[in-house]
Write a protein that binds this ligand. Structure first.
Ligand code: GDP
Length: 196
């Protein structure tokens, strides 16, 4: 698919509001402020596509972007923001479990983590949902520009090892929206999931 043609399609607040199943979609998940919106915008070379916000935890919607007729990117609500009320958090969990567990069009999950704060408790929860249905998983360790090359590569290896030790099949790469690092690698993963 041509990622630069991504355009907003629709939003859903809960599972029953999702657009009808169609073709294939790839979802992006991440802790609030991890850099998920910036990663989506960078992959699509479209600055305002997924809203980047300095107020973490605000968006609770699932946003769909269409690439072309059969291919979509899905921006899942950010998580892990301390100030979110318990009821909102519970509903987030229910919606994520339903979406990741039952959405047939879903072809893979991109888990976006700040390279300085990888694998939080909620990240592991997302990983767990992918494993329940053997959904392909790819980890973007973003804000890689915040670390020197050595420590960045060490973190990539450390995260890959932690996932491997938990019997999770996943690929892991460094990424930087700021520097445009890792765009080709990430697109290759998406291509394989969309076309494979
Ligand atoms: P989201 O809440 O996960 O969607 O995170 P955003 O994409 O809104 O980014 C959160 C903050 O991190 C913003 O201030 C971004 O400018 C910053 N940010 C995102 N990606 C990068 C990156 O690759 N490098 C650096 N240095 N900052 C980034």
């Amino acid at each position: 698919p041509d990622y630069t043609r991504a355009a907003f399609f629709t939003s859903a607040a809960q599972f029953k509001d999702l657009p009808p199943e169609a073709g294939r979609e790839v979802a992006f998940a991440g802790r609030s402020n991890a850099g998920k919106s910036s990663a989506i915008n960078t992959l699509c070379r479209h600055k305002g596509l997924a809203r980047t916000s300095k107020t973490p935890g605000r968006t609770q919607l699932i946003n769909f972007f269409s690439l072309d007729g059969d291919h979509r990117l899905v921006d899942l609500p950010g998580y892990g923001y301390a100030k979110v009320p318990e009821a909102v958090r519970r509903r987030w969990g229910e919606t994520m479990a339903a979406y990741l567990g039952r959405r047939q069009s879903l072809s893979g999950l991109i888990l976006v983590m700040d390279i300085r704060h990888p694998l939080t408790e909620h990240d592991w929860q997302m990983v767990g949902w992918t494993q329940e249905r053997a959904l392909p998983l790819h980890v973007l360790l973003t804000k890689a520009d915040k670390l020197k090359r050595g420590p960045a590569l060490n973190t990539v290896q450390r995260v890959a090892r932690a996932l491997g030790e938990a019997d999770v099949e996943a690929t892991v790469q460094p990424f930087s929206a700021l520097k445009g690092q890792g765009v080709d690698d990430a697109r290759s993963v998406l291509d394989a999931w969309f076309l494979g």
